[in-house]
Design a protein around this ligand. Structure first.
Ligand SMILES: NC(=O)c1ccc[n+]([C@@H]2O[C@H](COP(=O)([O-])OP(=O)(O)OC[C@H]3O[C@@H](n4cnc5c(N)ncnc54)[C@H](O)[C@@H]3O)[C@@H](O)[C@H]2O)c1
Length: 330
């Protein structure tokens, strides 16, 4: 049985605690870690774990063998490297890190120690994305002309409570926060990305950005990322336009309307019915499966590295007035 420490009991840590680590069939959470002991105690109360202010103390007292890391972006590398060094398997939130040298160190540390490093990237676990990939493989929309993706909503409430998301620090900005989600989605539909350009949309690039991605296959995608626009609970996050039809990847943050919707001149069809937040449990279950069988997670560290490399190339492009930037490889 894997004994897990949840590291970071803020907004996301609490969501995961309630939706994944609470209840009779839940994975075994032994420690809830946060320097804000009130937050650690809240997670402890719903999961039965013990609260701690530091990971080191939690490991010493509980003997946890795995760490589920949900801290702000710029702390991912430090906490993940500490956990790996202590012999823990790690699941870490997206983006893997805030720089490629850090991300490379994390991937190498996991490989060297033989421990599982998984990234909590949701899209590769969504039924709608898997169904879309299968439809593309089966040629159901013909040759792909382009992918259009959108992630548009307002960031508010608990998500801006601690200030780091919309501040000026190393964890801030919509690109770093949401970029790896959309890149992961596009890469699943269209393969590796070769070159990126990025432009601010509206006033602040940290709030709204348009990306153009050129794939190694020659394919092309655009992506609008913004948290300055009110978003409905059900969103079409990617549309693949092909010579024989088109498909939408629909994501539902409220009900169970998430689906792959397919349209061809012969008719239309909707496949799947899911809620986005169900993917948090799928992510954790997949990580635990990889630990159990000694294999790789669906999103291993190097996939997180590749998503981050595209996002950091976009950051570079923004700083260079939209110049095309080649994406670094792992
Ligand atoms: N996959 C998703 O759908 C999704 C959604 C939201 C957030 N996230 C990710 O979750 C992570 C956390 O975001 P959030 O909104 O919960 O942030 P948050 O600020 O609400 O919570 C972060 C918590 O980490 C704690 N912390 C800081 N340093 C720590 C340390 N050394 N050890 C333990 N705890 C520490 C803070 O006190 C805080 O309570 C980010 O990486 C974010 O991108 C993912």
């Amino acid at each position: 049985m894997t004994r897990i420490a949840l590291v970071g009991c803020g907004a996301m840590g609490e969501i995961v605690a309630r939706s994944v680590y609470a209840g009779p069939d839940a994975p075994t959470l032994v420690a809830a870690v946060d320097p804000d002991l009130g937050r650690a105690a809240r997670v402890a109360a719903v999961t039965g774990a013990a609260p701690f202010a530091t990971l080191a103390e939690a490991l010493r007292v509980t003997g946890a063998t795995a760490a589920d890391v949900r801290v702000p972006h710029h702390l991912h590398a430090e906490v993940v490297l500490e956990a790996l060094k202590a012999g823990c398997h790690v699941l870490v939130e997206k983006p893997l890190a805030t720089s490629l040298p850090e991300a490379r160190r994390m991937v190498e540390a996991a490989v060297d120690s033989g421990l599982v490093l998984a990234v909590a990237e949701n899209y590769p676990h969504l039924r709608a994305v898997l169904d879309a990939r299968a439809a593309l493989d089966a040629g159901e929309v013909g040759d792909v002309l382009a992918i259009l993706s959108t992630r548009a909503y307002r960031v508010d409430g608990v998500w801006i409570r601690d200030g780091w998301r919309r501040g000026e620090g190393p964890s801030s900005g919509v690109l770093l926060d949401q970029g790896t989600h959309q890149v992961s989605l596009i890469r699943h539909l269209s393969g590796p990305v070769e070159v990126v350009t990025a432009h601010p949309a509206g006033g602040r690039a940290s709030d709204a950005v348009v990306l153009t991605l050129r794939m190694t296959s020659g394919g092309i995608a655009t992506s609008l990322l913004t948290w300055s626009s009110p978003g409905p609970a059900v969103q079409t996050e990617a549309t693949v336009v092909g010579t024989g039809g088109r498909l939408d990847v629909v994501v539902d943050y409220g009900g169970t309307g998430g689906a792959c919707r397919l349209w061809t001149p012969d008719g239309s069809e909707s496949r799947g019915a899911e809620n986005y937040y169900d993917s948090h449990r799928l992510v954790v279950d997949d990580w635990l499966r990889a630990i159990r069988v000694g294999g790789e997670a669906v999103v291993p560290g190097r996939e997180g590295f590749d998503d981050l490399a595209v996002v950091l190339a976009a950051v570079d492009s923004l700083e260079r007035d939209g110049a095309p930037v080649a994406v670094e490889r792992a």
